[in-house]
Design a protein around this ligand. Structure first.
Ligand code: ADP
Ligand code: MG
Length: 316
């Protein structure tokens, strides 16, 4: 494994397109464009661990289960996450291998079902914050919280959304297997949807009804795997201060301590850019190596630190 290793996190929206369209053709189109970016990285000499979000897909599964007849069993959220690891992992494998063949590149793609260790006493279990699935009316939300014990929060767009715990990832349990797979593959897909969350109880791993932020979990994997660079690819060209405002300013190169200060000052919203910045800061501080946040369209340029917001280590 002489090649440089990049851990690359793809946004759920970068794969499914914003607006929850899971039309089969659009899925293949989005995955094909992600595959072109990944394979361009291989041409630049990188080995790549691809991680990915699953927001649109897990929302789709939740709605599909709700539409089942009342006497059909419903599967828990952690199984929905595991399902999306197969779903999206398969599509990425298919598309990336296809693109490799087209460009005459050797080496395969492996997909690994991934668990992430979380702490059972994480405050998120007492006060969940992560909205998932669709928006419900007040009556529907009341009925569902009675029948299923779901917790709802008012959505800024009106109506109510289910919220689930989003505990911090402590460790990615498959890191060593990912490293082993990299001996014989140039691409490994892992940590889908942030990984299936588990807690340790008396030496046994037990799944929990929660979701882990995919950017943070990917950062933990990048640290544990000894990645040379950690890249987060999404649908904007990087990180901006005063995003969408009159003083909008896109960051190109930024020292980790400066970015951390902007984060602490509340420049980045919790549900979108916040976790990406936090994940990049975590990697750069722990690994003392650079991270980048940028557009999926510029994939290989972002990984090579030529485009996007590049987060640089200070004194290590
Ligand atoms: P992903 O599916 O890739 O995780 P998110 O929606 O979670 O995507 O995060 C990316 C989005 O963050 C962008 O589409 C952009 O609208 C939003 N965003 C919020 N604040 C910022 C910011 N300060 N700079 C850039 N983008 C931002
Ligand atoms: Mg996101």
């Amino acid at each position: 494994m002489a090649e440089r290793l990049a851990v690359v996190a793809l946004g759920g929206n970068a794969i499914a397109g914003r607006g929850l369209s899971l039309d089969l053709n659009s899925q293949w189109t989005s995955v094909a464009s992600a595959a072109r970016g990944i394979v361009s990285m291989l041409e630049e000499g990188w080995s790549v661990v691809v991680t990915h979000g699953n927001g649109p897909q897990v929302g789709y599964l939740a709605e599909a289960m709700e539409a089942l007849p009342p006497d059909s069993p419903r599967q828990p959220l952690y199984l929905a996450t595991a399902m999306t690891q197969g779903w999206i992992g398969y599509m990425l494998m298919q598309a990336i291998e296809g693109e490799m063949v087209r460009r005459g590149l050797e080496g395969g793609v492996s997909v690994i079902v991934t668990r992430v260790l979380v702490d059972g006493s994480d405050p998120e279990f007492r006060s969940p914050s992560k909205p998932i699935g669709k928006i419900y009316s007040e009556e529907e939300a009341l009925a569902l919280s009675k029948s299923k014990g779901w917790i709802f929060r008012r959505d800024p767009r009106g109506g109510y959304r289910r919220v689930v715990p989003s505990p911090r990832p402590i460790s990615v349990l498959e890191t060593r297997r990912v490293k082993a797979l990299l001996e014989s593959n140039r691409v490994v897909v892992a940590v889908g949807g942030g990984g299936v969350p588990v807690v340790e109880e008396g030496g046994v791993l037990v799944p929990v009804e929660a979701v882990v932020d995919k950017d943070l979990a990917s950062s933990v994997l990048a640290i544990e795997a000894g990645a040379d660079v950690f890249a987060i690819l999404t649908d904007v060209p990087g990180v901006a201060l005063d995003f969408g405002g009159p003083d909008e300013r896109w960051l190109d190169e930024v020292l980790v301590e400066d970015l951390k200060r902007y984060l602490d000052e509340g420049h980045f919203p919790p549900g979108s850019m916040g976790p990406k910045v936090e994940a990049a800061v975590l990697f750069v501080e722990r690994a003392c190596r650079p991270a980048a946040i940028g557009s999926l369209e510029d994939a290989e340029l972002v990984v090579s630190m030529k485009r996007g917001t590049r987060v640089l280590p200070g004194k290590c």
